[in-house]
Write a protein that binds this ligand. Structure first.
Ligand code: OGA
Ligand code: MN
Length: 275
């Protein structure tokens, strides 16, 4: 994007922007506004070479939005808003290891998530993203009309997803189940653009329909919404901070680095009711 006051490169045609030479610890108001503009346009911002303490990560998060507390996993000591996302060298299952938008089973899912890479395998452990704005735009008019009135039932207890966090959950939270109903197509509160808002991790059925009735159309949407031409892929380095828009993108952490440790520090930013 040429109108931004920092060096940047698109990662793919429709999603993702890599930003270099910007220190997130010293953002002024104009630069923060430019970061927001880039975020709204590109859904995924990749900031390289950040040297941040946990305090500084929280301060940056507070410049962009309001940090939230993740219900399932305990935060860092002294920083309840920072959730460590760790896969140890001996572990096989990775956190959130399937395509999803974050915690869509909450009534007000987080608008954004930021991950700061602390420890990264020598190769692998990339994260994929898919633009749900591009996915929506590519649907036929007939499909758009059919989806317009539908709502999706989102649950925290789909089996594949609970497996990806079962060793990590806080004691009592493991038993809790959250459910929320959201429009299948949402309108971005800042850009006005429409995006698909079902995901294979959490959406169990259409509201008013059985799971069996919902399954064929959901299966089609889950295939469609992650097509390669809607994607970008982020390769991490220690000190890379990625902030993504859960209202406009889904993500998938690639689990290809068994035998190596990976540690990310995660903050989510509060979102609105989905509309
Ligand atoms: C998350 C998540 C992706 C990753 O933190 O919400 O899905 O690459 N993580 O670790
Ligand atoms: Mn996630």
């Amino acid at each position: 994007m040429s109108n931004l006051p920092f060096a940047n490169d698109a990662i793919s045609p429709c999603i993702g922007l890599e930003i270099t030479g910007l220190d997130l610890n010293t953002l002024d108001d104009d630069t923060t506004a430019a970061v927001r503009q880039a975020f709204n346009d590109r859904h995924v911002l990749v900031f390289r070479d950040q040297d941040m303490t946990p305090e500084q990560q929280v301060r940056f998060a507070e410049r962009i939005g309001e940090p939230d507390i993740y219900p399932m996993v305990r935060g860092l000591d002294g920083f309840p808003m920072i959730t460590p996302i760790v896969k140890e060298a001996h572990e096989q299952v990775n956190f959130g290891g399937l395509w999803h938008s974050d915690t869509t089973y909450l009534e007000k899912p987080p608008m954004a998530t930021m991950l700061l890479a602390r420890e990264i395998p020598p190769v692998g452990g990339d994260t994929m993203f898919a633009s749900q704005v591009a996915a929506y735009d590519a649907l036929s008019d007939g499909m758009k009309a059919m989806l317009a009135p539908l709502k999706g039932v989102n649950s925290s207890s789909k089996a594949d997803v609970t497996r990806t966090r079962e060793d990590r959950v806080k004691g009592d939270e493991a038993k809790k189940s959250f459910d929320s109903v959201h429009p299948v197509v949402r309108t971005h509160p800042e850009t006005g653009r429409k995006a698909l808002y079902v995901n294979v991790g959490h959406t169990v059925r259409f509201d008013g329909f059985t799971e069996e009735e919902s399954a064929p159309l959901l299966a089609y949407l889950h295939r469609h919404q992650i097509r390669e031409e809607f994607q970008c892929r982020v390769r991490w380095r220690p000190g890379t901070l990625v902030m993504w828009d859960n209202r406009a993108a889904q993500h998938y952490p690639v689990n290809d680095y068994h035998g190596h440790r990976r540690e990310m520090h995660r903050i989510t930013l509060k979102g609105d009711r989905v509309a």
